[in-house]
Design a protein around this ligand. Sequence first.
Ligand code: ADP
Ligand code: GLC
Length: 491
Amino acid sequence: MNHPSILFATSEMAPWVKTGGLGDVAAALPAALRRAGHDIRVLLPFYPALRQAFPKAKVIAELPALASALPPSRLLIAKATKEADGLPLLLLDCPSLFERPGNPYVAADGNDWPDNAIRFGLLSRVAALLGQAASPLDWRPDVVHVNDWQTALAPAWLRYEGGAASVVTVHNIAFQGCFDESLRHALGLPDAAWRFDGVEYHGLLSFLKAGLQLATRITTVSPSYAQEIQDPAFGYGLAPLLRHRRDALHGILNGIDPVLWNPATDPALAAPHYAHYAANRLAAKRANKLALQQEMGLEPATDRPLFGVVSRLTEQKGLDLLLALGDALPELPAQLALLGSGDPGLQDGFLALAEKLPGQVAVKLGFDETLAHRIEAGADCFLMPSRFEPCGLNQMYSLRYGTPPLVQATGGLADTVVDVNDATLAEKTGNGFVMTDGSIDALWQAMQRVTAAWQDKRLWQRIQQNGMRCDFSWRHAAAEYSQLYREVLGQ
Ligand code: ADP
Ligand code: GLC
């Protein structure tokens, strides 16, 4: 069994359903594992966007109600030919739970769907079932690989009832899926699971805790974050458990999709306004700055750097620090282009800043894939002052786009961005700017360093090229997951 077969369960997958990095990872990692020789299938809910993309998906199993709160459902199969080299998708169809518009987790009013425990309880239950003898399919995975809290309850059934080995990947420990105790019966968990070393967490049923406690192995999306989450400052209450299971915990850095994120071919950078470029054709990048300034309503200034942000607007991302400094941007001098959505306080704050500094600060609220690519290409420096960052994809996109990132030294940011100084420039590794601590002062000083370095065009080009040379392709991560699956199976 050199290449174990894998069920990869996820609550989002680009390009159909994406709220953040998990969507990108779920699209790229299984495809890379398939190319590496694994028989891998992706299980995800049959959301409206998937129904639309795969109208001919074939029903392969009817599932009865698997517990008192879980409605009957069915499984369909489709092949993601165009997007992922023929990757088979197992689509969990249950219209009463998944046939809803918009974001997969929250309703239009911004609140979580009140039945998320049932929705993702069903997804987890079916992920487990497909790894058990009772599976309705002929195909049986050797390993059930689950992601974040939405699928993290699956290892509980696999542990208590038997079945495949399991791996749980933590993309963000801040989201844990904690629900009322009464749900344990409703979801059909055995009484034996209600223990401090089972699914119980401070009197609540915790999906993520269950996975961390009961999966055969735990991974997270960067080596530094694997260390950090064992520390109470980063573990959101789960640090002691992770310290206890540290021998089962691995940090594997995410990759990026080098085809989707390629400045030489990116369709978002089509002529006449935008332009394709590469490490040896960096002059062409300038057209993108001008086009972005025009598109976002910024002055076409060429004497100052343009900082870019594409982000969920949440406490995690540290953008309140940037907001606190916003008024002083013209002093640097610098411009800012921000695309994001989330916390209403931050949204309003950035809108007010843009109103106060027209031509210097432009803000677009919402989720816009094309504009995200254009900001990566058109900005001079990409800002990511995150308080914690399990991996972070945007800093890798910006390195590839010759847009050196300014980051806080945490998680995957610390593992991918090398601060520019004499030594790292001599080694040709310095590729960005790393803040020393998470204070407003540290951000300001780092932005001053960026502005000074940007004025030195030769230095700036060296930094850009060091970043563009980095190889963040999924091949490396796929090889590490492959090795882990074999270890899990005792090979
Ligand atoms: P996280 O998963 O914590 O949000 P990542 O850096 O891993 O952070 O991934 C975020 C992904 O979501 C990137 O692909 C980024 O381009 C995308 N993204 C975030 N916000 C937006 C937005 N408002 N519009 C378009 N894409 C966005
Ligand atoms: C999460 C993290 C982010 C990571 C992504 C994909 O949403 O916040 O840092 O890159 O998952 O693993």
